[in-house]
Design a protein around this ligand. Sequence first.
Ligand code: NAD
Ligand code: UDP
Ligand code: UDP
Length: 335
Amino acid sequence: VSEGKPPPLPSPRRNSKFLQANMRILVTGGAGFIGSHLVDKLLEKETNEVIVVDNYFTGSKENLKKWVEHPRFELIRHDVTEPLLVEVDRIYHLACPASPIFYKYNPVKTIKTNVIGTMNILGLAKRVGARVLLTSTSEVYGDPLQHPQTEEYWGNVNPIGVRSCYDEGKRVAETLMFDYHRQHGIEIRIARIFNTYGPRMNIDDGRVVSNFIAQAIRGESLTIQAPGTQTRSFCYVSDMVDGLIKLMEGEVIGPINIGNPDEFTVLDLAKKVKDLMNPKVELEIVGNTPDDPRKRKPDITKAKQILGWTPKISLLEGLPLMEEDFRRRIGLNKN
Ligand code: NAD
Ligand code: UDP
Ligand code: UDP
């Protein structure tokens, strides 16, 4: 008769020699723009299994269609504001609309997604012992009074504006991540993503790069929201995905800025798109929306030093790659 505690029950997943090397990865919002590129990259590795949960608010199955029958892939229609039960080792938590027109469409839902959604994902991580990466945003810096923005900067955010559902939502999401880490020992990673562009962005997504490219292809005027001197720094999506994976698998919890520090005014960007894609289109100054940040540029010293990451694709290299994808989807070839 044995004494004391019985031996722990074997876990079939952990004890299988075959499965031990495997990493099961959950990607919330994986049917979206960045998420679907991340899934492509993760599934290149034979030992990764990927589960995507998405409510298809701004994402689509189309973005993942090449994986649908794949044995290491699973797609679940699920809203992260509801509890979720899956067993995973890693969680990339991206679920949240990223374009201002979509996150402002139902601001209360945007807050629920950021707050209740992130809490559910952290509860899940706590139960299964998974490491979680949150895709936060440069919007946590608001209309920044420090330039470029370092991770130490606390930001200049309007708490009651029309963008607050998103930027305050992400700020609470970051707080939740740190409190679950401090209180429950959850392994966390926080990426502060700066403007990202590339193939598969929604054509009518409303963001500046996708708008300008779609307008140039259709021969419409490029709508520069006044004054046009506001700046952004644009990161190509493959660089972004590499940065997120490096952060997840590295030792540092962050927050870490991930973005391309090459800064352009919106007017510069319009001129570049016009020159590259359709010199006949006009540039039109239109009204802007409230609380539009006047400048934005990441300080990526930390990402360089700690993750060994730097973006590789310049704007002039990335724009034509996106043009090709947009022309195919809009159905208008270059003449
Ligand atoms: P996206 O809108 O293409 O992707 C978001 C995905 O999340 C979509 O597939 C959408 O259907 C899904 N989603 C939204 N709410 C959900 C919910 N409640 N439950 C389940 N799924 C939900 O946007 P993206 O550009 O791929 O952004 C991905 C992440 O990166 C977001 O968290 C965003 O805040 C962050 N981010 C993006 C940028 C950028 O420039 N693209 C900049 C900063 C931060
Ligand atoms: N949760 C989840 N999946 C899990 C575990 C938890 O969705 O596998 C949700 C749970 O419903 C709760 C949230 O995560 O609303 C936070 O979980 P936690 O354990 O931190 O809090 P509690 O359940 O004690 O309120
Ligand atoms: N913008 C613009 N024309 C457009 C869409 C956006 O001039 O058709 C400007 C917008 O005012 C902002 C910048 O481009 O200054 C970036 O906007 P976007 O919505 O892409 O992202 P944000 O960085 O504001 O989240």
